[in-house]
Design a protein around this ligand. Structure first.
Ligand SMILES: *Cc1c(COP(=O)(O)O)cnc(C)c1O
Length: 241
C-alpha cells in the first residue's frame, strides 16, 4: 500500500533523527534527554502528523497560522503540544496566543504585549522565546543582541508570558565551523541574559541541515522538518503571499 510505505518512511526518518540527536548530545558531553525534537510540519498534511504522533512525537512546530488552525481542528483528539515558529503579524496575535502552547518567534515588544493581552484568563502563561538575528542582513527576522536584553526585560513584566529562552535561524552554510560560530553567538546572548537575572532553559536552534552543530553549542530544542517529513514541494498559500 503506497500510503503505508510513505508513513513507514517518516517513522524511520524520525527514528534516525532521534538517534543522531542522541549521538550529537553524547559527543558534546551532554545528556541525550537535554535536547528535545520539535517536528516542523509546515506544508505536510495532518495525516503525516497523526502517524508521527502515534509513533510517539508530541511537539509539533507550525509557521503559518491558517494552515496550523486547520490541522489543529483535524487533530483535536490528540494531545499535541503546538509551537508557533513563524513570523508574526500583529493582526494574528490573538489566535496565536490562544491556540498555541509555545511561540518561538517573538521579536518586538508590541508583539509581546499583544500576545500577553490576548491570552485568555483561564489559560496558563504562554511559553515564549525571543528570536534573535545573529547573521546581520542575511536573515530578516529577529532582534539584535542589544535589543534582546531590553525585550527580555519587557517580557518579564507581562504576566501571561513566560520567557523560556532564545530562538535563532542563522544564515544557512555547509561549513560546520561557520554553523557553530553562529550558534555560539546565540549562546553568548543567552548567557548574557542569564547573567542579567533571567531564568532561562531553552535554546531553540538547529534545523535539518545543521542541528548537530547547534547541539554542540547548547541547543535544547532542535526544529527539524524536511529530514523527517521529506521535502516541502509546494509553498503553502500563506507562504506565497
Ligand atoms: C521550516 C523551518 C524549520 C525546519 O526546517 P528544515 O530545514 O525543514 O528542517 C525550522 N525552523 C523554522 C523557523 C522553520 O521555518
Amino acid at each position: 500500500m503506497k500510503n503505508g510505505r510513505i508513513m513507514d518512511t517518516i517513522g524511520k526518518r524520525w527514528q534516525a533523527i532521534k538517534a543522531r540527536i542522541r549521538a550529537a548530545a553524547l559527543d558534546a558531553g551532554r545528556a541525550p534527554d537535554s535536547v528535545s525534537l520539535l517536528a516542523v510540519s509546515k506544508a505536510h498534511p495532518a495525516s503525516a502528523m497523526r502517524e508521527l504522533f502515534l509513533a510517539g512525537q508530541r511537539q509539533f512546530g507550525e509557521n503559518y497560522l491558517q494552515e496550523a488552525l486547520a490541522k489543529q481542528e483535524q487533530l483535536q483528539d490528540l494531545a499535541i503540544e503546538w509551537h508557533f515558529i513563524g513570523p508574526i503579524q500583529s493582526n494574528k496575535t490573538q489566535p496565536i496566543a490562544q491556540h498555541f502552547h509555545w511561540v518561538h518567534s517573538v521579536d518586538r515588544a508590541k508583539i509581546a504585549d499583544r500576545l500577553n493581552a490576548a491570552r485568555e484568563p483561564g489559560q496558563t502563561a504562554l511559553q515564549v522565546c525571543i528570536q534573535v538575528n545573529v547573521s546581520g542582513e542575511s536573515s530578516k527576522s529577529g532582534t539584535s543582541a542589544a535589543d534582546a536584553i531590553a525585550l527580555a526585560d519587557h517580557i518579564r513584566q507581562l504576566p501571561k508570558l513566560r520567557l523560556r529562552g532564545l530562538m535563532a535561524i542563522p544564515a544557512p552554510t555547509d561549513d560546520p565551523q561557520e554553523q557553530r560560530s553562529q550558534f555560539r553567538a546565540v549562546r553568548n546572548i543567552y548567557d548574557r541574559l542569564q547573567s542579567a537575572g533571567h531564568d532561562l532553559d531553552t535554546l531553540s536552534m538547529g534545523m535539518s541541515e545543521d542541528f548537530p552543530a547547534a547541539i554542540q553549542e547548547g541547543a535544547t530544542i532542535v526544529r527539524v522538518g524536511s529530514a523527517i517529513f521529506g521535502a516541502r514541494i509546494k509553498p503553502t498559500a500563506e507562504q506565497s503571499i
